[in-house]
Design a protein around this ligand. Structure first.
Ligand SMILES: Nc1nc2c(c(=O)[nH]1)N[C@H]1C(S)=C(S)[C@@H](COP(=O)(O)O)O[C@H]1N2
Ligand SMILES: [Mo]
Length: 332
């Protein structure tokens, strides 16, 4: 699907993504939308979303966070939210083992207090932030995102955090900063599988600067209204909803701004299977399996009819423009 851009350069979001606040903030735009019937649809969607948000369970297991609803276009999917018990027991976190059940069983040894995140490289203001300082950089928004793993399963998770762009702006990247690299904790004492030969540690990921600045890219501190459980990447992780799950690095300790495209853990392990971009794309198969369909964890049994995977995981209206002109088969 193409994003329409009018003469003022305004990108029209999907009708379903317009919040009443965004509508009211620009009365001229409101009048235009009223004429096309879009505003009414947006208001109806808002009411539905409010109803949906009420359904998000607050498991009451970990420290609660004060959350606000997000006004970012695309920040809330209308799909059924995955149950907490599934999202917190079916995980990939190879530092704690390669079975889906390993992280939930083993990650209790992860020490998340105290925690610091070092921001360095091509920035005017490098800094070492405590988790507490980092959390104060923005209001904690609830974002209900689809997460699509490259292995062919997906979940719908109410994450809590704020746009990574808030942090990026704070450190003032230099003109030659083209990429952002994310490095995560690699502590042999508390992470039993660091040192195993599956991956090169620490787990590393990266984004292009425009991807890092995209409002949907979430610096994530919680889920289901509470702080992250260890197995989901406590105390701070990334969630990049239009990319395969492995881009969403867990337990981040360093963020580095670079001119060169950073090396990523999965690309180093198998360059022909995992590219730098890793955008969800049903038309570009993994060399060993199709990416056309997926299974929703907690809902679809092993023999259920598979769901169709959406281009950019359904976030094409928001992110498609960033890849205009890029050969997605080559840049997978
Ligand atoms: N540090 C680290 N981050 C990681 C991983 C990992 O092994 N180590 N696995 C990735 C993969 S493959 C996926 S699908 C998501 C899973 O996130 P979830 O367990 O919260 O659903 O985390 C990603 N982040
Ligand atoms: Mo994954």
């Amino acid at each position: 699907m193409l994003i329409r851009t009018d003469r003022d350069g305004f990108q029209h979001p999907h009708a379903s993504e317009i919040t009443p606040r965004a509508v009211y903030e620009d009365r001229r735009q409101l009048l235009k939308w009223m004429a096309t019937g879009v505003a009414g649809a947006a208001l109806a969607t808002w009411a539905q979303r409010e109803a949906l948000a009420q359904q998000v369970q607050r498991p009451g297991k970990l420290a609660p966070l004060t959350v606000v609803r997000s006004a970012v276009p695309g920040a809330v999917t209308m799909e059924k939210v995955t149950e907490y018990k599934d999202a917190s027991t079916y995980n990939n976190f190879y530092e704690f083992g390669t079975d889906k059940s390993d992280p939930a069983q083993n990650a209790h040894t992860l020490k998340t207090k105290p925690w610091t995140v070092e921001v360095e490289g091509l920035v005017r203001k490098p800094a070492k932030y405590t988790l507490e300082d980092l959390m104060k950089m923005g209001a904690q928004e609830e974002r209900i995102y689809r997460l699509r793993c490259v292995e062919g399963w997906s979940m719908v998770v109410p994450w809590v955090g704020f746009s990574l762009s808030k942090l990026v702006e704070k450190v003032e990247p230099l003109g030659n900063a083209k990429y952002v690299e994310f490095l995560t904790l690699a502590d042999k004492a508390t992470m039993p599988f660091v040192g195993s030969r599956v991956l090169d540690w620490p787990y590393a990921e990266g984004l292009r600067m425009d991807e890092a600045m995209h409002p949907l890219t979430l610096l994530t501190f919680g889920m289901y209204g509470e702080v992250l459980p260890n197995q989901n990447g406590a105390p701070v992780r990334l969630v990049v909803p239009w990319k395969y799950g492995f881009k969403s690095a867990k337990s981040i300790v360093k963020i580095r701004f670079t001119e060169q495209m950073p090396k990523t853990a999965w690309n180093k392990a198998a360059a022909n299977e995992y590219g730098f971009y890793s955008n969800v794309n049903p038309e570009v198969d993994h060399p060993r399996w199709s990416q056309a369909t997926e299974r929703r964890i907690g809902e679809d049994g092993l023999f259920a009819k598979k769901r169709k995977t959406l281009m950019f995981n359904g976030y094409e209206p928001q992110v498609g423009q960033m890849y205009a002109g890029l050969d997605l088969k080559k840049n997978f």
